[in-house]
Design a protein around this ligand. Structure first.
Ligand code: ZN
Length: 123
């Protein structure tokens, strides 16, 4: 499950940003080319975050499409597919741009009482 490694990287950033606050939810932008399965990501995150400030936090993934240009017919298109093919000629040799990011987008903290707080820390 390659989601595990991604979670560890993201958790590092979360813990540095949280500075000891309890984390209720996080938003992560994931490029389509990473082939991340949201359910697997959430599951891995629970394991990686257990016992820390983000224990039990919900992960909200936004899949970022890759921009591609067909090398055969020049058709530009966007795809959330991990193995995109040209919609016009089905060619799979493409110039790809984007779709490979993995960015922590926002962190939502919870009050110690357990109720989710509204303080959303976005950049
Ligand atoms: Zn094409």
């Amino acid at each position: 499950m390659h989601e595990f490694g991604y979670c560890e990287g993201v958790l590092d950033v979360i813990e540095r940003r949280a500075g000891g606050r309890r984390v209720a939810a996080v938003g992560v932008r994931v490029g389509a080319l990473h082939r991340v399965v949201p359910a697997a990501f959430q599951q891995s995150f629970h394991l990686v975050a257990a016992g820390g400030v983000a224990d039990g936090a919900v992960t909200v993934l936004t899949t970022v499409p890759a921009r591609a240009t067909c090398s055969a017919c020049g058709t530009p298109f966007e795809s959330v597919d991990s193995m995109p093919a040209c919609p016009s000629c089905a060619n799979v040799v493409l110039d790809l741009e984007g779709g490979d990011e993995l960015v922590l987008e926002w962190v939502e903290y919870s009050a110690d009482g357990g109720d989710p707080d509204v303080s959303r820390d976005s950049r």
